[in-house]
Design a protein around this ligand. Structure first.
Ligand SMILES: *[C@@H]1O[C@H](CO)[C@@H](O)[C@H](O)[C@H]1NC(C)=O
Ligand SMILES: *[C@@H]1O[C@H](CO)[C@@H](O)[C@H](O)[C@H]1NC(C)=O
Ligand SMILES: *[C@@H]1O[C@H](CO)[C@@H](O)[C@H](O)[C@H]1NC(C)=O
Length: 366
């Protein structure tokens, strides 16, 4: 009798020593169950793993901080190499919305709910109260409504990816307060209004992908202060005004896509002899001459100037470029002989067609 009592007492002691200290916090578990209750995923059964008391163990896509045992990451991707997908032989599909209960996970450092194609509703505005959030990745769903206005409170945020959704509203003015932000991707949404003038405050930014929205106004010159920026994609918006010449002076800018806007004025000379290797200015209202400023630093895998109002000749200096892989100057008002030169000898007639009077190889002789 005494032995049995002692035995069960030590069992309880053991339980209380091991189980609760490793298990997740009951309030985290409850928050996760609320989160799950507004989502439906029928094909893979990922939420069937969300059972039992310890949400830090074997709950698909959930991980905890090993010291605090608080939920630190929710990582749910609808497209993945994970065996659960191989077994189902399909990509994920999920509907429903994100419950504000997720904001009770106060130690959350990453929230990835990506490529489920069907999740709708707004991004809960309370997520801006998660002080440890570093990654917010909601790409490839059907989220609507705006980016939360006070997103700028997330001082640790390094990745903000809401691409391929139906987000509307403006770029919040507070966004430029995200002083840790390295990767901004809002492509393919319905975001309107202007790019904040002080966008250049985002000093840590290396990729700024804003294409396929309804952005208007000018490209802020302050962007050129972003020392680490290597990839700037503003294509397929309604941006207007001149291209800031300072973009061609940026230290590591390698890709500049401004195609499909209403940019006017001349092509800044700085862009032609810079570190930029992908330059797409197609389908704008650019005028004047192609700057005669090519040189050994000019190395273009893509140089697309098609569908503008450029006139004059293709500058002779283009033959001094180190490389021009894909050139397109079609659909302009260019005239005169096409220069010859090794960097672009391989180009086809389609690169030059629909101009006023270009001639020479690969078009008809002059
Ligand atoms: C997986 O699905 C594809 C078509 O969706 C089918 O061609 C293939 O045979 C399937 N593989 C298995 C192992 O069921
Ligand atoms: C940006 O941060 C500063 C300093 O914390 C604050 O005063 C300002 O109101 C913030 N701006 C916005 C638009 O939230
Ligand atoms: C440049 O942009 C235009 C217009 O958006 C697009 O059609 C074209 O494919 C792009 N060029 C290259 C080489 O990617």
């Amino acid at each position: 009798m005494a032995t049995a009592a002692f035995f069960s007492f030590s069992a309880i002691l053991l339980l209380s020593l091991t189980l609760p200290s490793n298990a997740c916090l009951p309030s985290d578990r409850v928050a996760l169950l609320y989160f799950k209750s507004t989502l439906i995923e029928r094909h893979l059964g990922i939420f069937r793993t969300w059972r039992g008391t310890d949400c830090c163990r074997r709950w698909y896509g959930v991980s905890c901080d090993p010291e605090t045992h608080r939920v630190a990451d929710i990582n749910l991707r609808g497209e993945s190499e994970d065996p659960i997908f191989e077994k189902a032989n399909r990509t994920g599909y999920m509907i429903g919305h994100i419950s504000p209960a997720v904001c009770r996970l106060t130690r959350l450092s990453s929230l990835t709910i990506a490529d489920w194609k069907g999740i709708s509703g707004p991004i809960p505005s309370c997520i801006t109260s998660l002080p440890f959030l570093r990654i917010l990745d909601l790409v490839g769903n059907k989220f609507t409504g705006p980016i939360p206005a006070d997103i700028g409170r997330l001082s640790r945020l390094t990745v903000l990816n809401v691409a391929d959704n139906q987000i509307s509203g403006y770029i919040p003015r507070s966004l430029t307060n995200l002083s840790s932000l390295m990767h901004l991707d809002i492509r393919s949404n319905q975001i309107s209004g202007t790019i904040p003038r002080n966008f250049g405050k985002l000093r840590m930014l290396s990729r700024a992908l804003l294409s396929k929205n309804k952005l208007t106004g000018a490209i802020p010159a302050s962007i050129s202060y972003i020392y680490r920026l290597s990839d700037l994609d503003l294509s397929l918006n309604q941006l207007s005004g001149p291209i800031p010449a300072a973009l061609g002076k940026m230290a590591v800018l390698a890709t500049l896509n401004l195609d499909g806007n209403k940019m006017s004025g001349q092509i800044p000379t700085t862009l032609i002899n810079s570190g930029i290797s992908i330059l797409n200015l197609s389908r704008n209202a650019l005028e004047g001459y192609i700057p005669d400023a090519f040189g050994p630093r000019s190395y273009f895998t893509v140089l697309d100037l098609s569908y503008n109002n450029l006139r004059g000749r293709i500058p002779k200096s283009i033959s001094t470029a180190t490389f021009v892989g894909h050139l397109d100057v079609s659909h302009n008002h260019l005239c005169g002989p096409i220069p010859v030169g090794a960097p672009f000898d391989h180009l086809e007639a389609s690169s030059f067609t629909y101009n006023d009077c270009l001639c020479g190889k690969p078009l008809r002789a002059c």
